[in-house]
Design a binder for this molecule. Structure first.
Ligand code: NDP
Length: 434
């Protein structure tokens, strides 16, 4: 049973109705370590894929000098990246799409969000396709400048997080400052907007647009380099890129579901989310495709089919569980799940906790689906190196840590009602196992 200790610990945090801040990610020292460690890890994974023959540990083929040279930032890359950000910001501001309300804030009001991801995706795809066909957007540019991109976008993240800290402290003066380092790392405002009149939501923009669409372009670039270099697109590359592109398309297809996620509702916006969105996701989640450019694992058709099936099962579980919660939380009318009225637990806080459908299987079936999809990307790369398995190993750690943070937050927020919920939905992520 998983309910006792964390709830008790969380409960002791509530004194006089005020929740005492618990140091997140190891407090200031842990935050500093992550701000140095994550960029280094991104560069190291790039080194392994490109300059170390696809191995996780440095071997005889390691070319450290070429790796170091490739990281030097250039003005060309900085200008191209600026252009990319401006293009995506323009689409976020002006592309057609519905405007929806988010979940209620603490004061009961709701922010409005422009959900024009589908149009932005389409326009980006058309511009890139036309540009590539006309020869003024060479697809391999991203591959050729990948090291520079890591440096440039990392530097941008450090700089923009400083802006977020200053802007956040000024725009949300009621925010309980947690010290400059922690506020810089985790963010000082939950919903920073710029400028206030247009309602341009910085967190929603960075969470999806430049990073997720950038990841798509990275995949297209890597696949094009494989074709150019080896004359063909391998089955493994097709499976990995196909499943990853589907993941990104799925996000844009169901864009409003982001409004009920932990990141958008509860997290502040600082270096951690910014770096994750801009650098970590596009540069490390594309690792399998990077590895596959010059590695062709023997992947029989039945093996490829199994990876596709596993990926689709994962994606379906991920999407359907997220949608069940999203509809339940955002539709004011009673919701049906699997043909029956949704069951839920009423809380004294006012929110309702869903216990039907996938939310009756475990408290985070969505995490399980997401992880299975990532495993499918790795399995398609065969067993010649541990490098392509970095993602599911890291992601398991992230999801377990994330679930525990969320659990403590919800235990503090819902108190005994959360304990009741945990007794009803016993498993944290994997039904019957964890
Ligand atoms: P959830 O979408 O599960 O949101 C958690 C929040 O939902 C809780 O804080 C709580 O908020 C509310 N909630 C919890 N239980 C219930 C319930 N039974 N009924 C109704 N509401 C509930 O988590 P995340 O935002 O972490 O994840 C969203 C998706 O994003 C996941 O599929 C995850 O896999 C994916 N993800 C992917 C990452 C990646 O790098 N690929 C990184 C992080 C997430 P409240 O206070 O409102 O009750």
């Amino acid at each position: 049973m998983t309910t006792s200790r964390p709830e008790q610990r969380a409960a002791t945090q509530i004194e006089g109705g005020v929740r005492k801040a618990r140091p997140d990610f190891g407090g200031a020292a842990g935050n500093l370590a992550l701000m140095l460690g994550l960029p280094s890890a991104t560069a190291y994974l790039y080194f392994c894929a490109r300059f170390n023959a696809g191995h996780l540990l440095p071997g005889p083929e390691a070319d450290l000098a070429a790796f170091a040279r490739s990281l030097a930032p250039s003005w060309e890359t900085a200008l191209v990246y600026c252009g990319w950000l401006i293009f995506q910001a323009g689409l976020q501001a002006f592309a057609p799409g519905a405007t929806l309300e988010g979940t209620p804030l603490e004061d009961g009001s709701r922010l409005r969000y422009r959900m024009n991801g589908r149009a932005s995706l389409l326009i980006t795809a058309v511009v890139v396709t036309v540009g590539a066909a006309a020869g003024w957007l060479p697809l391999r540019w991203i591959y050729d400048h990948f090291g520079e991109l890591i440096s440039v976008v990392t530097l941008f993240s450090y700089g923009f997080a400083l802006f977020l800290l200053i802007h956040g402290r000024a725009s949300e003066p009621t925010h309980l400052a947690r010290g400059a380092i922690v506020d810089y790392f985790l963010g000082a405002a939950r919903h920073p907007r710029l400028p206030p009149i247009t309602g341009f939501d910085l967190k929603v923009f960075f969470e999806a647009r430049p990073g997720l669409l950038g990841w798509m372009l990275v995949l297209v670039s890597f696949a094009s380099v494989q074709i150019e270099r080896h004359g063909t697109l391998s089955i493994a590359m097709a499976v990995v890129c196909g499943l990853q592109l589907l993941y990104v398309l799925d996000y844009f297809w169901h864009e409003p579901a982001i409004l009920t996620t932990l990141d958008i509702q509860h997290e502040h916006f600082g270096w951690m989310l910014l770096f994750g969105d801009l650098v970590w996701v596009p540069m490390t989640y594309s690792l399998q495709a990077h590895y596959l450019i010059d590695h062709s694992p023997t992947l029989p058709i039945w093996g490829a089919a199994l990876c596709v099936v596993l990926g689709l099962v994962g994606l379906t579980l991920f999407r359907c569980s997220n949608l069940q919660k999203h509809r339940f939380r955002s539709d004011p009318n009673p919701v049906q799940i699997w043909g029956k009225p949704a069951e839920f637990i009423e809380t004294r806080q006012g929110n309702r906790l869903l216990v039907s459908g996938f939310w009756g299987w475990s408290r985070h079936s969505n995490y399980l689906g997401d992880w299975l999809l990532g495993l499918a990307w790795s399995l398609a790369c065969g067993f010649g190196s541990l490098l392509p398995y970095f993602y599911p190993i890291y992601f398991a750690g992230l999801l377990i840590h994330r679930e525990r943070r969320d659990h403590e937050r919800c235990a503090a927020k819902y108190g005994e009602d959360w304990e009741r919920y945990c007794r009803r939905v016993r498993w944290r992520i994997v039904p019957g196992l964890y």
